[in-house]
Design a protein around this ligand. Structure first.
Ligand SMILES: [Zn+2]
Ligand SMILES: [Zn+2]
Length: 276
């Protein structure tokens, strides 16, 4: 269940099972051969035999049916790093992201589906094997609400920032005000692009930009979180993905005042990222 902290406008998901998650188990739970230790798969690519991407319900969910669904997307069969994935692997991972996104969105209680990825100890990742997670909410989360409220003009302005790198249809920039050192957003040039409608070619183009940003971020920060901000059902939101390096630990100023201290100005972050 989601409780509303009415004073701060924040939702709280109480989940006892989260504390039971294994932390860095000696025998990896996400490797081939350990399939029986996870719930049955919801999607396996390219097929059950010699799979390269495997999706299944999270054994320790933040949210449970009928309030929502929480799945794990294991992004590779081995212990190779995201930034080393070949194009064929990126294509499968994108296919899985999109497939599970559509599936979770279909549920009538789902108002928002969040696709995200944690990497490294400081991001809260409890298993090293590369994986993403997808979670549906029976409401539109506060961060997304504020982005809907900010409107397309904010994103147009964002696109005018100098590029960390760009492809034909996507641009990676440092936001004019960043909360995290080397924070990078990848935006589509087209405000009407919808994640669920992207074709294979657009998907791969996007994944190649993300791969290069992750490669750069890992040389600067190591730990990171990636959050896909996709338009809610029947609403418009400029498609963007936030790559949030987790080098800094939030302390008293952040928690006591809600003011974020960032040691890296966007201008300097841009220079570092370009040369990383
Ligand atoms: Zn593994
Ligand atoms: Zn966003």
């Amino acid at each position: 269940m989601f409780a509303l902290d009415a004073i701060h406008g924040t939702r709280v998901a109480y989940s006892q099972s989260r504390s039971k998650r294994p932390h860095k188990p000696k025998n990896c739970l996400f490797c081939p051969g350990a399939e029986h230790l996870t719930p049955p798969a919801t999607l396996v690519l390219p097929g059950a035999k010699n799979w390269r991407v495997r999706c299944f319900p999270n054994k320790f969910p933040v949210v449970e049916s009928p309030n929502g669904f929480h799945e794990v997307i294991v992004e590779t069969a081995g212990h190779d790093a995201w930034e080393d994935f070949p194009e064929s692997q990126l294509a499968l991972v994108f296919q899985a992201y999109q497939n599970r996104f559509r599936a979770l969105l279909e549920n009538k209680n789902a108002k928002y589906v969040l696709l995200f990825k944690n990497f490294g100890d400081k991001s809260g990742a409890s298993i090293d094997h590369e994986h993403a997670q997808i979670l549906s909410f029976p409401f539109i989360p506060k961060l997304v609400q504020s982005e809907l409220h900010a409107g397309p003009s904010t994103f147009k302005k964002m696109l005018k920032q100098p590029a960390v790198l760009e492809s034909e249809h996507f641009k990676a920039v440092c936001p004019p005000v960043s909360r995290f050192p080397w924070e990078t957003w990848i935006l589509s040039n087209d405000e009407n692009l919808r994640f669920e409608d992207m074709n294979e070619k657009q998907g791969l183009e996007f994944m190649l930009v993300l791969r290069e940003i992750i490669r750069k971020i890992k040389t600067l920060s190591w730990d990171y979180t990636v959050a896909f901000h996709v338009a809610p059902k029947n609403k418009k939101l400029w498609f963007h993905v936030e790559v949030l390096p987790r080098k800094a630990v939030w302390g008293g100023v952040e928690l006591g005042a809600g003011v974020i201290v960032n040691f890296k100005k966007p201008r300097d972050a841009l220079r570092d990222l370009r040369s990383a």
